[in-house]
Design a protein around this ligand. Structure first.
Ligand SMILES: NC(=O)c1ccc[n+]([C@@H]2O[C@H](COP(=O)([O-])OP(=O)(O)OC[C@H]3O[C@@H](n4cnc5c(N)ncnc54)[C@H](O)[C@@H]3O)[C@@H](O)[C@H]2O)c1
Length: 270
């Protein structure tokens, strides 16, 4: 099989939530395959170490563009800048998302008094943000030359989190993995199918890439409990995600649409 199938030379790729932990992984994989990347994120987003490394390596093949995916006008402004300065997008990775991992202060509510605002915020970014970015950026791809949209889902789109992963954490109230996270990601999987059918005739493929938990400084007990639930016996490494992303972005997956590609070491097979 020719590796030319996996090339993205000359393509413009848009990645949302690009300055966090996984955004730079997607951006680097796309750049290595030949694309140039518009890296959309909140103006106030704290840039991750991975982002700083990417910028040092990729130079002018990556361009940071301010964008809040919860605001339609902000997405429209970002798209306008991308088209004006870089050209027509052919790949769109909708990665911006919010979760509440324990190291972020986490969620210490009891389920019966979980503030509805927390739930709403996750739906707002993870689901409605995905919808609005698809409407505007995807809509432009559908009106023009087609392309590939990849929504970043999660293993928790398919299964409930195992709260026992967190029961060693100290605190008066136990850490509660939010019910909104998986619910919002499950909705993204369905939204993917919706747009894959709507825009198939216009040459736009739409798929979900659902990662399992990615190694990023989690504590030893969490890692051990998590790994014991994974047929491949470990958490994901960032490099595990590159091939699947390039596959979905490129002509290698020319007849794949509406699909959820789970990159979770088999977690959801058990
Ligand atoms: N890291 C994992 O283990 C993992 C596993 C499965 C799925 N995911 C998914 O992968 C995606 C990226 O996760 P991550 O670990 O890099 O998270 P992260 O928190 O490191 O990065 C998320 C990025 O999204 C940005 N963002 C948040 N709200 C935004 C908004 N309104 N507009 C624009 N950008 C916004 C943040 O500023 C941040 O840079 C998320 O959708 C997440 O749900 C992550």
């Amino acid at each position: 099989m020719s590796s030319a199938l996996y090339r993205l030379d000359g393509r413009i790729a848009v990645v949302t939530g690009a300055a966090g932990k996984l955004g730079p992984v997607w951006a680097e994989a796309l750049i290595d395959a030949g694309a140039v990347v518009a890296a959309l994120d909140l103006a106030a987003a704290a840039s991750s170490e991975a982002w700083a490394t990417l910028v040092a390596r990729a130079g002018d093949r990556v361009r940071r563009v301010d964008c809040d995916v919860t605001e339609r006008a902000s997405i429209a402004r970002a798209l306008d800048e991308v088209v004006r300065v870089m050209g027509e997008p052919a790949v769109l990775v909708i990665n911006a998302g919010v979760d509440q991992p324990p190291d972020s202060g986490g969620n210490r509510s009891r389920i019966d008094d979980l503030p509805i605002e927390q739930f709403r915020r996750m739906v707002d970014v993870n689901l409605l943000g995905t919808f609005q970015v698809t409407q505007l950026v995807g809509g432009r791809m559908a009106a023009g030359g087609g392309g590939s949209i990849i929504n970043i889902g999660s293993l928790y789109a398919s299964v409930s989190p195992d709260q026992r992963f967190y029961d060693h954490l100290p605190g008066d109230l136990p850490f509660l993995k939010s019910p909104a996270y998986g619910a919002s990601k499950a909705a993204v999987v369905n939204l993917t199918k919706y747009f894959s059918t709507l825009w198939g005739p216009r040459g736009v493929r739409v798929n979900t890439l659902s990662p399992g938990g990615v190694l990023a400084g989690q504590d030893d007990q969490f890692r051990a409990k998590y790994a014991a639930r994974v047929p491949l016996g470990r958490m994901a490494r960032p490099e595990d995600l590159r091939g699947p992303l390039v596959f979905l972005a490129s002509a290698a997956s020319a007849y794949v649409t509406g699909h959820e590609l789970r990159v979770d070491g088999g977690f959801t097979a058990w």
